[in-house]
Each structure stands twice: as structure tokens, then as C-alpha cells.
Design a protein around this ligand. Structure first.
Ligand SMILES: CC(=O)N[C@H]1[C@@H](OP(=O)(O)OP(=O)(O)OC[C@H]2O[C@@H](n3ccc(=O)[nH]c3=O)[C@H](O)[C@@H]2O)O[C@H](CO)[C@H](O)[C@@H]1O
Ligand SMILES: [Mn+2]
Length: 299
């Protein structure tokens, strides 16, 4: 089926494709995207084998985490649970952005793991904090990660690890399927729907709804994500438009045209308040329950 779409004065012919499923009608999980990227679920990989491949490569995985304002309270559980589950046995370098370095818990990290605190100014709008992560990630990659790491993940801090998150998650460009929308028709995805925004996605388009809590991949590929989203956020800001879900909306737009080379299933981004479903055999990383009014600087 074809449809035409008017854009920038010209007519662009696009082939419409069906929305890809995440769980089949038989209840079994789908393990490959229609563009042939793996979707990582428990049972699709052998952890021992996949670790042995990356062991030979002596890789470093940079991990950026932001904890500003009251979100420093999440650091202890985040870091402690990461040390139990996140790339155990591999070189991990956390870059922790905070406005309160004195609130960073002192932890003994596992072998090969290190943590650098980066002090940043406070902000009184949570939306500003989350969307500015793109710019800070872009700058960090330019100034340091280009020389210091092979892969990078950007992760939300209001989270906990409950299971292995390891080398199976590595690849050129990585996105995670948001746990709230993997069985939702795409026209109901909370994409940005105003054409004035750079994050705009029409109702008939979209593959998955990706969570903004996880972005990963090779340093140079994540650099392109961060730089592009930062530029798009700047264009919107100049027009006083803020996308529905800030940088998450821009990330979804980026992934629509630059498909991830590997997709992490909702095992890699669950929500503590969401009951486990049949298809999810293990919860690896999950958003903790938070009282929004109590932890955010503004409504
Ligand atoms: C599960 C998921 O995909 N979450 C996304 C979602 O809501 P969330 O409700 O998960 O957003 P959130 O409040 O956790 O903010 C995202 C992150 O910004 C940081 N932060 C935020 C507020 C603050 O006062 N201090 C602070 O440090 C912190 O690292 C936090 O984890 O939408 C946001 C965009 O608006 C982000 O894309 C989140 O990644
Ligand atoms: Mn969060």
C-alpha cells in the first residue's frame, strides 16, 4: 500500500509498512525487527558465549547518569544494583552529572569499574534537566569519551537493576522498547504530534515507542544521536515548542529515520509498579516507584 505525503513543498512517496509486533498472536516474543535487528530477550543469547566474544576486545563501556536536585536519593540503589548486575567483569566508567557532588554515595566499585563526578548547575525545571542530557552527552563525548570509551549508555537514575545487563546489549546503536507501549497501536503512541515540532511523527508512522531512559551504542553513533537531538531541541526551543516528552520525543524521531541496530526488549526497561507479564521472563532494569510531586522541582 502506498500513500503520498506533502512535505516542504515537494511530494515524497513513502511506502507504508505495518507496525511491527513485539509479541506475536501466539503469545511468543518477536526476536527480530522487520529491518533485521535483533530484539534482545531472555533465551535469545548465551551469556557465557557472548561475554567470551567481548572479553577478547578489552572494551570500556561509559555510562552517563544524571542526578540533580532530589534525584540524588536514587543514586545509592542505582549504583549498588548496577555493581551487582551491570557489565560485571567488564570495564565500566560511570560519568555522574550532579549539582550536589557531596551527595554522591561512597561505594566500593567492582574491579575495572570507576566513577567520575561531573558538577553541573542546578535547574528548577525537570523538563530542562531531562532534555539537557542530550547536550551534556554530546559535549562529554567530544571532550572525553572519544578517547576513553568504546561504547556508551545513557541511563535514567530513578531505576534499579534486578538482573543481568551485559554484553548482549552491545551494538552500534541501541534503543529500548518502552514497557508501557509495546502492545499499543502506534497511532496512540505518545509521539509528538504537532507538525511545528522537529519531533513530529505522523499517526501512520512509527515502529516502536522507545524509552528515553536508555540510549546506547558505539561512542560515535551515540554522538550522532545526542548532537542531532540537541540541534532539534534547539530549533524547537527557538520557537518556544517543547515536545510532548522532551528529548524522548526527539529520540523517537531519530530512531524512526536511523533505525537501531539492536533493540532491547522491555526486560531492559520495566516499571516497578507494572505487574510482570507472561512474555517477560526476567526483569533486568526497572523504574522505581517515585512520588513525582516529592522528587521533582516543578509540576
Ligand atoms: C522510563 C523512561 O523512558 N523515562 C523517560 C520519561 O519519564 P521519567 O518520568 O522517567 O523522567 P524522570 O523524571 O526520571 O527524568 C529523567 C532523568 O532526568 C534526571 N532528573 C530528572 C529530574 C530531576 O529533578 N533531576 C534529575 O536528575 C534523572 O536522571 C532522571 O532519571 O520521559 C523523560 C522525558 O521527559 C525521559 O525521557 C525519561 O528517560
Ligand atoms: Mn525516570
Amino acid at each position: 500500500m502506498q500513500y503520498t505525503e506533502k512535505r516542504m513543498g515537494g511530494t515524497r512517496l513513502r511506502l507504508a509498512h505495518n507496525q511491527p509486533s513485539v509479541v506475536g498472536s501466539d503469545g511468543k516474543v518477536i526476536t527480530v525487527t522487520p529491518w533485521l535487528a535483533p530484539i534482545v530477550w531472555e533465551g535469545t543469547f548465551d551469556p557465557t558465549l557472548i561475554d567470551s566474544i567481548y572479553k577478547q576486545q578489552n572494551i570500556t563501556i561509559a555510562t552517563t547518569v544524571f542526578a540533580l536536585g532530589k534525584y540524588t536519593q536514587f543514586l545509592k540503589d542505582f549504583l549498588e544494583s548496577a555493581e551487582q548486575n551491570y557489565f560485571v567483569g567488564f570495564c565500566v566508567h560511570y560519568y555522574l552529572f550532579t549539582d550536589q557532588p557531596q551527595q554522591v554515595p561512597k561505594l566500593k566499585l567492582g574491579e575495572g569499574h570507576q566513577l567520575t563526578v561531573v558538577e553541573v548547575p542546578s535547574s528548577n525545571r525537570w523538563q530542562e534537566i531531562t532534555l539537557r542530557r542530550m547536550e551534556r552527552l554530546e559535549k562529554l563525548i567530544e571532550s572525553r569519551l572519544i578517547n576513553e570509551a568504546d561504547y556508551v549508555f545513557s541511563l535514567d537514575v530513578d531505576t534499579k537493576f534486578y538482573g543481568r545487563w551485559g554484553t548482549e546489549s552491545l551494538g552500534r546503536l541501541i534503543g529500548v522498547i518502552h514497557p508501557g507501549y509495546y502492545q499499543t497501536p502506534r497511532e496512540q503512541f505518545p509521539y509528538e504530534r504537532r507538525p511545528e515540532s522537529q519531533a513530529f511523527i505522523p499517526r501512520a508512522e512509527g515502529d516502536y515507542y522507545y524509552g528515553g531512559a536508555v540510549i546506547g551504542g558505539l561512542v560515535k553513533d551515540v554522538y550522532e544521536v545526542a548532537k542531532t537531538c540537541r540541534k532539534q531541541l534547539d530549533i524547537d526551543a527557538a520557537k518556544s515548542i517543547e515536545a510532548a516528552w522532551q528529548e524522548e520525543s526527539h529520540l523517537n524521531k531519530y530512531f524512526l529515520y536511523n533505525k537501531p541496530s539492536k533493540v532491547l526488549s522491555p526486560e531492559y526497561l520495566w516499571q516497578d509498579l507494572k505487574a510482570r507479564t507472561n512474555e517477560v521472563k526476567i526483569i533486568r532494569f526497572s523504574q522505581v516507584i517515585k512520588n513525582y510531586a516529592a522528587v521533582r522541582p516543578n509540576p
